[in-house]
Design a binder for this molecule. Structure first.
Ligand code: FBP
Length: 262
């Protein structure tokens, strides 16, 4: 872990990462209800909101669309990713080098690790190479820390999520992105397990404004330093309205009720 408070992807110690790598991870199905969002420019436009500290995308999308937004959006380049067509044990092939991410103008890099998968050994070795290379470029490493595999029946149980944050600290992440473990107490323990490393909550599938903001409020109260979210923002008809509310909950530490009333 390196100090990242001065990184552009951190604002007042917090981060709101807008993720849009779903076209690879899930396929175009995630855009069915919002077909206009198939055009990556529309989501980059959303990421120009002040609340968003970085946009997480894959290499091809960065190559094609980031140049038009580089003055207004910070880039978090995902270095690996897998399609939903893969039927084997969880794995996430590396498709971009840190050097190339830096060339594309990345402010940070992102890497998925499925601890517990039969592919853990190779994934840890690939993470090591990326993490050490990221240090050479002074790029924070955001780890999608997702324990997953045939031995893990429930990937959001409290002990799994606190293991996910702790192992991210141990292997050199700067921010761990983890799923919500179901209660504020469990999230608090997961944040404590990470020591001084930043922990952000993963968004998940779309829920109501209130439900989503309340979970974010709980996560911030529990010690999370923000959010890495995709569908809950860009699948909405008016993402800006939700980002206004998220700005209040994350940076001003207001309640979900207060943020929605504003
Ligand atoms: P969401 O907020 O839409 O869940 O996006 C966060 C994210 O980590 C994306 O970066 C990624 O595409 C997706 O979730 C992967 O989720 P899963 O592996 O659970 O299908």
């Amino acid at each position: 872990m390196i100090p990242i408070d001065d990184s552009p992807i951190v604002r007042d110690g917090k981060s709101l990462i807008l993720a849009m790598d779903h076209g690879l991870e899930h396929g175009p199905v995630d855009f069915e209800d919002v077909p206009e969002k198939l055009d990556p420019s529309t989501v980059f436009e959303t990421a120009t909101h002040d609340a968003v500290t970085a946009m997480a995308v894959q290499k091809g999308v960065a190559e094609g669309y980031y140049p038009s937004f580089e003055d207004d959006v910070n880039l978090l380049l995902k270095l690996n990713g897998t399609s939903n067509l893969w039927m084997g044990e969880p794995d996430s092939p590396v498709n971009c080098s840190v050097d190339y991410a830096a060339e594309l103008g990345a402010d940070a890099v992102g890497f998925t690790v499925y601890s517990g998968s039969n592919n853990e050994v190779e994934m840890y070795e690939e993470f090591r190479d990326a993490q050490e290379n990221a240090r050479e470029h002074d790029l924070p490493m955001v780890m999608w820390s997702y324990p997953r595999g045939q031995g893990l029946k429930n990937d959001t149980k409290p002990s799994t999520i606190s293991y996910a944050t702790r192992l991210a600290l141990e292997i050199g992440a700067d921010i761990a992105k983890v799923k919500y473990p179901g209660s504020p107490e469990a999230m608090e323990h997961a944040c404590k397990a990470a020591g001084d490393m930043n922990v952000v909550m993963s968004g998940g599938s779309k829920t109501s404004d209130y439900e989503f903001l309340s979970t974010v409020e709980d996560a911030i109260d529990a010690g999370c330093t923000g959010l890495a979210v995709g569908r809950n923002v860009w699948q909405r008809e008016d993402p800006t309205q939700l980002l206004d509310a998220l700005e209040r909950v994350i940076y001003e530490e207001e309640t979900a009720d207060a943020a929605l009333e504003a």
